[in-house]
Design a protein around this ligand. Structure first.
Ligand SMILES: O=C(O)CCC(=O)C(=O)O
Ligand SMILES: [Fe+2]
Length: 320
């Protein structure tokens, strides 16, 4: 894969309901593969987690947070506070008695979502749908996070510093604030921080470090951060757990052969074909040759001007 394929400017949106129809399934898997191998971040819609389960948890957030705790990421203090839960935890904040069942129901639903998602990921990576099942844990982690608002002139703007997720296979993040509230950003290979705005009824999904290792780096645990703004912000990341007895050897060797073929190393074969095909199939020129000529002239404009002066202006002006 070339460096430039990771210069994404926005986060792809994947509609999981497309998996239900054979006709739309292969397009879904194709788009999913591009998202997880080239961006490492995506939104999922039609995720199947019932809205009441989400709303009950979002509803307790304002009650839960009092004062800002402390956490360090990338050697800077983060301006956020959080409550961590895990499957089978026994200590519960007692001020909110209903919290336990709300959190347990949410974890159950997200566990199922994580399993459904992982089987699609396996298929998108040309593996059997249950290929990753034995790597899962019976314990997943949930965090409830609050980022306080900062004053416009505040010197401190680190909600959470740049990092990749170390806690699980995949992260399923609920951005639990209104749509105008910004904060989460993802780093592309060009070094730009790309905003991940709040989209209602979605989860933001990203690759964790362990899954990057399991796929020999084909799936990328992408760097992200949260910038504090004038709005307070809530978020709820769910970290799909890694089997506790997973060895380094299992993590690095289990799929090494599968991902060592040149088609993966150079960007998946069909990704490459897709990238080449799309200007041809979607562009306005009938022939492969003319579409290629347009591409080349636009890539090498001084040669285009010199050798193809009759058509140079036409192709340079054509942004289609
Ligand atoms: O709050 C967010 O939107 C992201 C949090 C995060 O990246 C993390 O806790 O790992
Ligand atoms: Fe994170």
């Amino acid at each position: 894969m070339s460096q430039s394929t990771n210069d994404f400017q926005e986060i792809p949106i994947i509609d999981l309901s497309l998996a239900n129809e054979p006709a739309s399934r292969s397009a879904l898997l194709n788009n999913l593969r591009l998202a997880i191998t080239e961006v490492g971040f995506l939104y999922i819609t039609h995720h199947g987690v019932p809205q009441p389960v989400i709303q009950s948890l979002v509803g307790v957030l304002p009650k839960l947070f009092g004062s800002v705790g402390s956490e360090i990421t990338a050697a800077e203090a983060d301006l956020r506070e959080q409550v961590d839960f895990a499957t089978e935890l026994s200590a519960w904040p007692s001020e909110i008695p209903e919290l336990r069942s709300i959190v347990e129901t949410y974890i159950t639903e997200l566990t199922l979502l994580g399993e459904r998602f992982l089987s699609l990921v396996a298929q998108a990576l040309d593996l059997p749908s249950d290929a990753f099942d034995t790597f899962l844990s019976d314990q997943n982690r949930l965090k409830l996070v609050h980022y306080p608002a900062v004053a416009p002139d505040s010197a401190i703007t680190q909600g959470v510093g740049p990092h990749t997720d170390s806690s699980g296979w995949w992260t399923f993040l609920l951005q639990a604030s209104e749509e105008h509230v910004k904060g989460l950003q993802v780093l592309n290979n060009a070094g730009d921080w790309v905003d991940v705005p709040v989209l209602p009824d979605t989860f933001v999904v990203n690759v964790g470090q362990a899954f990057e290792v399991l796929t020999s780096g084909i799936c990328k645990a992408t760097i992200h951060r949260v910038v504090s703004t004038g709005d307070e912000r809530y978020s709820i990341p769910f970290f799909q757990g890694v089997r506790r007895d997973l060895t380094k050897r299992d993590a690095t060797e289990s799929f090494r052969e599968h991902f060592s073929t040149p088609s993966w190393k150079n960007g998946h074969e069909s990704d490459t074909r897709r990238a080449i095909d799309s200007p041809f199939l979607q562009g306005k020129y009938d022939t492969w040759g003319e579409s290629q000529l347009r591409t080349k002239i636009r890539s090498h404009p001084s040669n285009g001007r010199k050798f193809y002066s009759q058509v140079y202006q036409k192709y340079i002006a054509d942004d289609a």
